[in-house]
Design a protein around this ligand. Structure first.
Ligand code: PRT
Ligand code: ZN
Length: 283
């Protein structure tokens, strides 16, 4: 049985639960419970604050965990980084007041920087030979310069909207983060097998995200042109129809290219185009 530590509530909770559900692991989680047994899989979910997940996994309290890479790096936890999960994307950056005369990292010498990520920041400053004073605060880091608590901040940035609202400008991105799957360093052979199985499911789910399955009918004479338009995992599937002049084509297309490709296919005579949601790509 695998015990998986996940964020109890917060930004990563919903996407984590939906990834687990797509992989066949669902649990009804009561608002106060710390542990839940999953339905349909031999798995326990341990519901924690994200800050506590790296250590819980490092200590073996949980076998594996899903958490932002930023937390893993901050806690410097002794865990194996098993795979990137493709959600919860953000970066941790240094930002300074808009009016600052910023020309480069040396600006930070002698300055006070507010952050909830002192370990990552201090490693970065040391590496670059910058001597600054780190103020560790939890929550609302972005208001520190305006209230005179700090000269700059080091915080998570996603869209950048929070920085703009607080009159700050991002000057240095230090760590690119996303949700990652981590594992305790000494998994038993049996648990390693369960983990491999889970990774296999996660990979197929992640790969299929953003992909569409497209079926269409095409005049036989347009096949060569269609093959140059259609990307696919190997090459598109081409089937004969009862009408000898027509073919049925099946292909997997990234969502971002879908409409552009479809309009080019229509231009060469494609008809009856069906676009289907792809649940899994199993390789
Ligand atoms: O209660 P618990 O301790 O578990 O949660 P938490 O409050 O510490 O973390 P939570 O739920 O806010 O975030 C969990 C994880 O989501 C983080 O550790 C990151 O890995 C990831 N993540 C992704 C983010 C963001 N995007 C994000 N935008 N975490 C925080 N933010 C905040 C940021 O702190 C800043 O205040 O959003 C603001 C910036 O957003 P933009 O879009 O305005 O730039
Ligand atoms: Zn937290």
């Amino acid at each position: 049985m695998l015990r998986i530590a996940i964020q109890a509530k917060g930004r990563l909770n919903e996407k984590t639960m939906s990834l687990l559900a797509d992989a066949g692991i669902s649990a009804s989680v009561g608002s106060r419970s710390l542990i839940a047994h999953a339905k349909g899989a031999d798995v326990d979910l341990l519901l924690l604050r994200d800050d506590d997940i790296p250590q819980a996994v490092a200590m073996g309290t949980a076998d594996i965990g899903i958490v932002g890479l930023n937390e893993v790096e901050e806690k410097n936890a002794n865990v194996e980084r098993v795979m990137d999960l493709g959600f919860g994307g953000c970066r941790i950056s240094l930002a300074v007041p808009r009016e600052a005369d910023y020309k480069g990292l040396e600006w930070f010498n002698g300055k006070r920087i507010a952050t909830s990520y002192p370990a990552i920041l201090s490693r970065f400053l040391d590496k670059n030979g910058i001597k600054a004073k780190i103020h560790t605060i939890t929550g609302s880091v972005e208001i520190a310069p305006a209230i005179g608590m700090a000269d700059a901040i080091f915080d998570i940035v996603s869209s950048g909207g929070t920085l703009v609202q607080n009159g700050l400008v991002e000057v240095e991105s230090v760590l690119e983060s996303q949700a990652v799957l981590i594992a305790t360093p000494e998994l038993s052979e049996e648990k390693r097998e369960e983990l491999d199985n889970l990774c296999f499911r996660f990979r197929s789910i992640i790969e299929s995200r953003g992909m569409k399955y497209v079926l269409l009918n095409l005049p036989k004479s347009s096949l060569d042109k269609a093959l140059t338009i259609l990307p696919s995992m190997k090459s598109p599937t081409v089937l004969h129809l009862a009408d000898p002049d027509w073919l049925s084509i099946h292909a997997v297309i990234p969502e971002s290219q879908l409409w552009e490709r479809i309009s080019r296919l229509k231009a060469i005579g494609a008809e009856d185009i069906l676009v289907l949601v792809l649940e899994n790509i199993v390789k």
